[in-house]
Design a protein around this ligand. Structure first.
Ligand code: HEM
Length: 501
């Protein structure tokens, strides 16, 4: 038995070395990559990252301090080039935007869930991406389209406040913030996506299916070492079951919408248009056929997933900061009262446009706690150089957003939560990349406007209706985070709420 285990240990040691020797490139072909921590043959820095026990973004933050604003991390067969400097990001994503606008190859599981990159976020830079993105932006996310869903938002906000109120009533004033915020925004997106209001049970079931999808897509060791994938056949089988559940469930809802379009009036609470309506006959550049059943499901899922956890997370961090900084919460409440005129009127999205302090609070919360500390992974369309280093086409180019927005050379005292940084005409336009929670350039988040409306509206309503206090009372807020698709609070936020009179 002992000799068998030593045999396996020896094999485990030798196999990587043999692969390394077989796959090593001749010196002349080696690239001049940015600096980074020394790694092992084959596995590179993979085990260092895993064994650090830190969330990936914390690990990267540590590396930035040692290796500077452009660095390399080798994760098995993947080479990550990580940028964390505003000027470099500007050069890559804006000045040379087209070159850096693609996405890298996917692992087999992600390929199934994205229908071979048939989504806005995963598509390589080219005609498919252009067609899908144009459709999503023009038909759903432009300012004029957004206005048409105002009623949907108002209804969801009322429900959100009611839910918080009744949860508090049943739990001596204590509520879960993220769960309620996620649900409220998911509710809005579901109606926008499928064109009719659903009962809470269906929305909840859909949310569970979507969560399963996100968990299934979490990175696994064989994403970085594909040679190990035969050992993950069970996980593959499970992933395919989740995919089937997702397709069956979502397609049933899509068919329900189709019936409504063919037979208007069959759904009592139908909206005049929805995202899925724009997809049925969508023309894709360079392709004759309209989206298939799986592609429809995939595109709808992208719409729901893109805006749910991101927005919910932002609201959770925002409320945590308002609890930790009662003076800021008070300033915000005063601004709300000033705008609604001390009446009992509910603050609405027109009011929100007149609230510079709220806007500053939201900017500061997105600077300090970008829900995704790294953008989605970019790739270059052809080999190039940046800051004097090679950037090959098969590298994952990662933009470390948190590294930009907490850079002490750009932000004085970056650790401090201080909305006043954004008061006084400091315009943070789309091309200002001192903070970029939505990314920047051609792949900038197309949901930026909608997400901003949602965050403003939710925080304004939450603060207008309730005073937010720490739970347990008097406790200090713990601002550590953990990655769960987005970076959420490590200790999921519970708060005591008191209805304002
Ligand atoms: C607070 C909320 C949100 C944050 C912080 C956020 C952040 C981001 C970031 C950082 C990216 C990657 C940009 C890049 O790769 O350079 C992105 C991409 C994307 N986001 Fe958002 N997002 C939010 C809400 C939304 C919403 C509401 C939607 C739509 C319903 C959405 C849909 C997308 C899509 C489709 C992409 C891919 C764009 C492309 O590859 O062309 N996001 N988002």
């Amino acid at each position: 038995m002992a000799s068998l285990s030593s045999y396996y240990t020896l094999l485990a040691f030798l196999i990587p070395i043999v692969i390394f020797l077989l796959t090593r490139k001749p010196k002349s072909k080696r690239l001049h990559l940015p600096p980074g921590p020394p790694g092992w043959p084959v596995v590179g820095n993979l085990f260092q990252v895993v064994r650090s026990g830190k969330p990936f973004y914390e690990y990267v933050r540590g590396l930035r301090a040692i290796y500077g604003p452009i660095l390399t991390l080798r994760m098995g067969t993947r080479t990550l080039i990580i940028l964390s400097d505003a000027k470099l990001v500007h050069e890559a994503l804006i000045e040379r935007g087209a070159l850096f606008a693609s996405r890298p190859r996917e692992n087999p599981t992600r390929n199934v869930f994205s229908c071979n990159k048939f989504t806005v976020n995963a598509a390589i830079y080219g005609p498919v991406w252009r067609s899908l993105r144009r459709n999503m932006v023009q038909n759903m996310l432009s300012s004029s389209r957004l206005k048409e869903f105002r009623g949907v938002r108002e209804r969801a906000m009322d429900k959100f406040i009611d839910n918080l109120g009744s949860e508090a009533k049943d739990n001596v004033g204590v509520v879960w913030v993220l769960k309620n915020a996620r649900f409220a925004v998911f509710d809005i997106l579901v109606t926008m996506c499928f064109g009719f209001e659903m009962d809470e049970e269906t929305v909840e079931k859909m949310d569970q299916v979507m969560k399963k999808v996100l968990i299934t897509l979490d990175p696994r060791i064989d994403d970085f070492l594909p040679i190990l994938s035969p050992f993950f056949s069970k996980q593959w089988k499970k992933a395919m079951e989740v995919r089937k559940e997702q397709v069956d469930f979502i397609y049933r809802i899509i068919k329900q919408r189709k019936r409504e379009l063919e037979n208007p009036g069959s759904e009592k609470k139908a909206t005049s248009f929805s995202y899925v309506d724009t997809l049925f006959d969508l023309k894709i550049e360079g392709r004759d056929s309209v989206p298939t059943k799986e592609e429809l499901v995939t595109l709808c899922s992208e719409f729901l997933n893109g805006g749910t956890d991101t927005t919910g997370t932002a609201v959770e961090w925002g409320i945590a900061q308002l609890i930790a900084n009662p003076d800021i919460q008070e300033n915000l409440y005063e601004e709300i009262q000033k705008v609604v005129g001390w009446s009992n009127r509910k603050v609405d999205e027109k009011d929100v446009e007149k609230m510079p302090y709220l806007e500053a609070v939201v900017k500061e919360l997105l600077r300090k706690h970008p829900p995704t500390p790294l953008t989605l992974t970019h790739a270059v369309t052809e080999r190039t150089t940046l800051a004097g280093y090679d950037i090959p086409t098969d590298a994952n180019v990662e933009v470390f957003l948190l590294g930009v927005s907490d850079d002490p050379n750009v932000w004085p005292d970056p650790e401090r939560f201080d909305p006043s940084r954004f008061l006084g005409g400091d315009d943070q336009g789309r091309n200002d990349i001192r903070m970029l929670p939505f990314g920047v350039g051609r792949r900038i988040c197309p949901g930026l406007n909608m997400a901003t409306v949602h965050i403003h509206l939710m925080l304004a309503r939450m603060v207008q209706e309730f005073e937010w206090c720490a739970y347990p009372p008097g406790s200090e807020m713990d601002f550590s985070g953990k990655t769960e698709f987005t970076v959420v609070m490590k200790n999921t936020l519970r708060a005591v709420i008191k209805r304002r009179v």
